[in-house]
Design a protein around this ligand. Structure first.
Ligand SMILES: C[S@@+](CC[C@H](N)C(=O)[O-])C[C@H]1O[C@@H](n2cnc3c(N)ncnc32)[C@H](O)[C@@H]1O
Length: 210
């Protein structure tokens, strides 16, 4: 059986120290110039228009996938909140929570405020305070980049309490995430088609508590 602890995460402490430093040096400006900055471009699609197309597609996909669209969402690695924004545009009565590194949360705060939306923010060092019941757990191109012990803690803490779960990623950990979803949900569907505006090798896993 595949085990999460057997995988080596390629984004190590040094990688994240460099990213955190770059994020700290970048201003969270209300003109949203940060969305097109090199450090953000290191982590996700830029410019903002391209990012929005991808996030809109994800949000639409979630609403189409789940007949009763989630009214409470917890997203790990939600970056500056563009998927949150696109989802809230489609489901305005949803309570959305984002877990991110502290250095990214300043951008999410400004981005959502400028766009007239809000979310609950949790730093990755305080995930215990985020534990609770949610309709949907999700993480896109993010959980696989965090330390394995952190991933284990996240899955143990959140999957038992979330009705639906989505992981979108292209990392070798995908088979083990499949097993983890099977363990917590007894099912796991691979959304075969890669979404428009997404990396063509991205695999999307979906599980639901029946
Ligand atoms: C490759 S980016 C993907 C961002 C976004 N989900 C997307 O698909 O465009 C990975 C994200 O994970 C975040 N991240 C890194 N370590 C984290 C942690 N321990 N907990 C939560 N998020 C983390 C990063 O700050 C970054 O926003």
């Amino acid at each position: 059986m595949l085990k999460l602890k057997d995988f080596v995460v390629d984004c190590d402490e040094n990688f994240w120290a460099g990213i955190k430093n770059g994020l700290e040096l970048t201003e969270a400006d209300r003109d949203l110039r940060f969305t097109n900055s090199p450090i953000i471009g290191h982590l996700m699609p830029v410019p903002l228009e391209a990012n929005t197309l991808a996030m809109y597609q994800r949000a639409k996909n979630i609403v189409e996938l789940i007949a009763d669209p989630p009214k409470s969402v917890i997203e790990f690695g939600g970056a500056y909140g563009n998927l949150c924004l696109e989802y809230l545009k489609l489901q305005s009565d949803c309570k959305y929570s984002i877990v991110e590194i502290q250095e990214m949360l300043k951008f999410a705060d400004v981005f959502l405020d400028v766009n007239g939306k809000s979310a609950d923010f949790y730093s990755d060092t305080e995930i215990d305070s985020a534990i609770g019941e949610y309709d949907l757990f999700m993480s896109w191109m993010a959980i696989s980049e965090t330390p394995v012990e952190y991933q284990e803690k996240v899955f143990e803490s959140f999957l038992p309490n979330c009705k639906y779960a989505i992981i979108g990623d292209m990392k070798p950990q995908i088979p083990v995430y499949h097993e983890i979803f099977m363990k917590y949900y007894g099912n796991c569907r691979v959304i075969e088609e890669s979404l428009p505006h997404h990396h063509k090798n991205q695999i999307i896993l979906f599980a639901e508590r029946k």
